[in-house]
Design a protein around this ligand. Structure first.
Ligand code: RB5
Length: 152
């Protein structure tokens, strides 16, 4: 069982509910940070708590859903330790894990329908970080969090 933090704005609410059900049926524990209705809300209010849950260790991974995934990813990536990736297909999902060690998946409910979103999420959850040369590159991402542009 893996603990997954999940969140969405109004545009992502329905897809978030579908993904939550899929995760629970797969044996995951889901921490749902909302939103809980179709009422208009602001995506940073949900990206923040999900990102916090991942960086604190309360959740192993985070999943965020808005209209395009972009606002959610931008917001989540403001927090140190978050590597949020917008993924539009399973290949992006696998690459974001293998090469970037993404710990937050951002999905766009206005771009990706439910079945595709499940395939993306499944690929993303199942793919390990490849390590090797990618460790150095992820370490340079972390250095940028602290304002250090590394010398090549
Ligand atoms: C809401 O209309 C929309 O802007 C939001 O869901 C998201 O797509 C932002 O990136």
């Amino acid at each position: 069982m893996t603990v997954i933090a999940i969140g969405a704005d109004h545009a992502g609410y329905s897809l978030k509910e579908d993904l939550k059900a899929w995760l629970v049926s797969g044996g995951h524990q889901v921490l749902d940070f909302g939103t809980h209705s179709l009422e208009s809300v602001d995506y940073p209010d949900f990206a923040g708590p999900v990102a916090d849950a991942v960086t604190s260790g309360a959740a192993v991974r985070g999943v965020l859903v808005c209209g395009t995934g972009m606002g959610m990813a931008m917001a989540a990536n403001k927090l140190d330790g978050v590597r949020a990736a917008v993924c539009l297909d399973p290949l992006m999902a696998r690459m974001s894990r293998e090469h970037n060690d993404a710990n937050v998946l951002a999905l766009g409910a206005r771009l990706t329908e439910g079945r595709s979103a499940v395939e993306i999420l499944q690929a993303w959850l199942e793919t390990p970080f490849a390590g090797g040369r990618h460790v150095r590159r992820v370490e340079k991402l972390v250095a940028l969090e602290h304002g250090h542009a590394s010398a090549r």
